[in-house]
Ligand binder design. Sequence first.
Ligand code: RIB
Length: 297
Amino acid sequence: MKILVFGSLNIDHVYQMDHFVQAGETVSALDYQKNEGGKGLNQAIALSKAGQETYIAGAIGQDGLFLQDLLQSGGVNTRHLQIVSHPTGHAIIQVDRQGQNCIFICGGANQQISQQMMDDILAQFSAGDYILMQNEISNGDYLVRAAHARGMHVILNPSPLSPALMDWPLELVEWFILNEIEGAALSGKDSPDDMLDALLSAYPKAHIVLTLGGDGAVYADDHERLHQPAISVQAVDTTAAGDTFTGYFFHAILAGYSVSAALKEAAVAASIAVSRPGAGRSIPLYAEVKAQLANQQ
Ligand code: RIB
């Protein structure tokens, strides 16, 4: 059984700010870094660092070869990564003094992924393999259909949410992992319990992980609901915390852990990522997560 992360790779331009820029305001950044990011890259690194054999598919330009280097040093198999003539996708990220962020992305090479490329890559995977996707590449709806038609288990992190995603074949998704903003938009509800009820009513066979920031995360399926409290740390940079949670959670599920153990491990990994700057580079090694888990017992 293999897991393929088919998703985005971004160059993250990160600005440390006193506060997020307001409309009509011009301010100086306190600092700047260029980092490796993109939800696909971050989630693939988290899976791999957790100990999962992980493949990534996506597209970068020549300016993004350092993203491939980080993936390879994190143990991710990059055989299916395409180098295209477009510039690599990028993200503009403001991080404030509390470690909160706001982000906008510009698709670049991530939006050059064709259905043919998807077919060629999926042909190298089989029924029973897993695919983990987000919403930062072109033809995402096609990818859900094509992966499901091959018999792959489809995991969707519907982030960032877009109007087009509402028309994706979401009934083919086996696992959703999403935050409250995405949950509210997909369900039309305000409270986490109502969101989960509405999502399970629309997709009764799905497994849903709803992340709630400082309130932790909730897992729900048709017969159980489990809550994992957040682990409180001094936030330095929350970028990629959700991606770290996602990668660690699915490593644990694929390894056969119980859902509650998977939630706990993912929460610990995310708390470590939050305490460090950056995206792909902030993701902890499995040994660090294990040490922290041992401290808590
Ligand atoms: O989830 C964090 C990521 O979102 C960043 O690394 C950025 O590239 C955007 O894709």
